[in-house]
Design a protein around this ligand. Structure first.
Ligand SMILES: Nc1ncnc2c1ncn2[C@@H]1O[C@H](COP(=O)(O)OP(=O)(O)OP(=O)(O)O)[C@@H](O)[C@H]1O
Length: 269
């Protein structure tokens, strides 16, 4: 396993309290405050998020880890305005998503939030540059060639603009999806297992692109991952268990993230 790819020295692990010492602060672009999300009926209720508070600072790359079913995807969906919590607040760039109408939430997702999924979700009939231009077209504006060229360049695909998804590797397709997610300059880019469908070397390319976006463009990135190596590209990992925040690690190494995950998966934390 590789160590922290940024060469930032030893990881630092901070304990968190019941409600999460990593809870929201004023420097956060995204904060969840006492968020609860349950599924199912009263007799058969599943608590995916149990009063979770967590903040994500501007310009930083944060990974979210935790055992299967710990609430990672639910956290991401609530934070990105794709799902609504039962209780609590979700604040993105000063706007409380829980107070928005469906119409305003749709606009918020379109204009201020980027999302990348494990399956790249590109339109097969469109070229890379047409896929990247889609969010602008959906917003009713004609994409400028220079804007598209700039983001394709940022993800290392300047020479693939006219290729269709079927003519690109999995990693290249995911990079097109990243370019499409950042073309509107979102306040935050969410990524749900963005390397889950990729092999090791292609994953590394994608993770290095995400790292560069944070370092060079100050892009705030929040990524769910099962993979400690992927998490080691982040500035910080927050760990969930049973819908709660149970720890965080700064400048994580793959080894330290894997060890923390092993402890979470085998017993009480
Ligand atoms: N639509 C749903 N209906 C019912 N239960 C759900 C739904 N979505 C999630 N859950 C439950 O909520 C809990 C948290 O799910 P979530 O997908 O957020 O966890 P996760 O940490 O992302 O899991 P994994 O690592 O397996 O993807 C789980 O017990 C899951 O079964």
């Amino acid at each position: 396993m590789q160590t922290n790819p940024h060469g930032m020295g030893r990881p630092s692990t901070l304990p968190v309290g019941e409600n999460g010492g990593a809870g929201a602060t004023s420097g956060d672009v995204v904060s969840l405050v006492s968020v609860t999300r349950t599924y199912g009926s009263r007799d058969n209720k599943v608590t995916a998020l149990a009063g979770l508070s967590v903040g994500f600072p501007a310009g930083r790359f944060t990974a979210i880890m935790g055992p299967s079913g710990s609430g990672k995807s639910t956290l991401l969906q609530c934070a990105a305005g794709l799902d609504r919590p039962d209780e609590g607040k979700v604040i993105v760039g000063g706007t409380d998503l829980t107070e928005l109408s469906e119409a305003k939430l749709t606009l918020m997702r379109r204009d201020r939030i980027g999302f990348v999924f494990q399956s790249f979700n590109l339109l097969a009939s469109l070229t890379a540059e047409q896929n990247v231009g889609l969010p602008m077209r959906l917003a009713g504006r004609r994409p400028k060639q220079a804007e598209i060229a700039e983001v394709l360049d940022a993800v290392g695909l300047a020479d693939r603009a006219r290729h269709r998804p079927s003519q690109l590797s999995g990693g290249q397709q995911q990079r097109v999806a990243i370019a499409r997610a950042i073309v509107t300059r979102p306040e935050v880019l969410f990524a749900d297992e963005p390397t889950g469908a990729l092999d090791t070397s292609t994953s590394r390319d994608v993770l290095e692109i995400l790292r560069d976006l944070a370092d060079q463009y100050g892009q705030t990135i929040i990524m769910v991952t099962h993979d400690p190596v992927a998490a080691s590209h982040a500035d910080r990992v927050v760990f969930l268990a049973d819908g709660r925040l149970v720890g965080e690690m700064h400048q994580p190494t793959a080894e330290a993230a894997a060890a923390r995950m092993a402890r979470l998966e085998t017993g009480p934390c």
